[in-house]
Design a protein around this ligand. Sequence first.
Ligand SMILES: Nc1ncnc2c1ncn2[C@@H]1O[C@H](COP(=O)(O)OP(=O)(O)OP(=O)(O)O)[C@@H](O)[C@H]1O
Ligand SMILES: [Mg+2]
Length: 238
Amino acid sequence: MADEAKFGIEKLDELLGGGLDRYTENLIIGRSGIGKTILAAHWAAEGARNDETVVYLSTTMNRKNCELYLGKFPFMQEVYKKIKWRFIRVDPKFILPLTREKIVQGLNATFGMDGKDIDRVIFDSCTDLELALADQVLYRRAMAYMSDLSYEYEITSLWIEEAPMQGEWSSTKNIVDSVIFLNLLRTEEGYQRAMRILKKYRTKIPLEWIPYDITEEGVVILDGYLVKKGYDYEYKRG
Ligand SMILES: Nc1ncnc2c1ncn2[C@@H]1O[C@H](COP(=O)(O)OP(=O)(O)OP(=O)(O)O)[C@@H](O)[C@H]1O
Ligand SMILES: [Mg+2]
């Protein structure tokens, strides 16, 4: 198994210093429709292509629409059936009151296999867990249990979270090793999808926005960077 868990998107892997670090938690965050699921699907496909055991937990899709959607991308050809797709609904009645045992049992039941055999897990999206727990302290504790478990089972995890249209982000970003933020930026020509690596431990990361498109091929990183023109701040005499 390669040292880093790659996306199979050359430029992105390079910017990440080779890919995601093994046995860590990682986050893709962005608003609705920005490309979180497709980016995570690239990462899932790349794992499967390298004969890793990949589990994709989806709280929003079902078996049929997932296959019609993600199964159609060229990067999924040959590997779609190798990925263990799990379609779950997070229900507060199964996780509250929250205990470590419930999280462990819930995950094991959902995986349907020994956690030790799993290499990569995608949780799309943990926003549903957050909504179900409806409490930041509980949510953070649940994340901590899951993170302990990943470490114990030697799993590399990729969590997906919906960024709120306004207001505070949840605390997931504070407890993961890396964060990729997908966004829509206003440019002179209109709008452009762009991503920023907000953090990645142990790696020097670019601070600029990296433009990308979503095409029939999935996520395609474009050349160059996006930088802000003009300044947001203005000097005021006072
Ligand atoms: N075959 C395709 N060709 C071009 N663009 C596509 C294609 N498939 C999807 N898209 C674009 O990708 C976007 C959705 O990407 P994705 O499902 O990854 O978003 P998401 O961030 O997971 O959204 P959500 O929050 O709704 O789950 C769509 O808005 C669409 O514009
Ligand atoms: Mg999605």
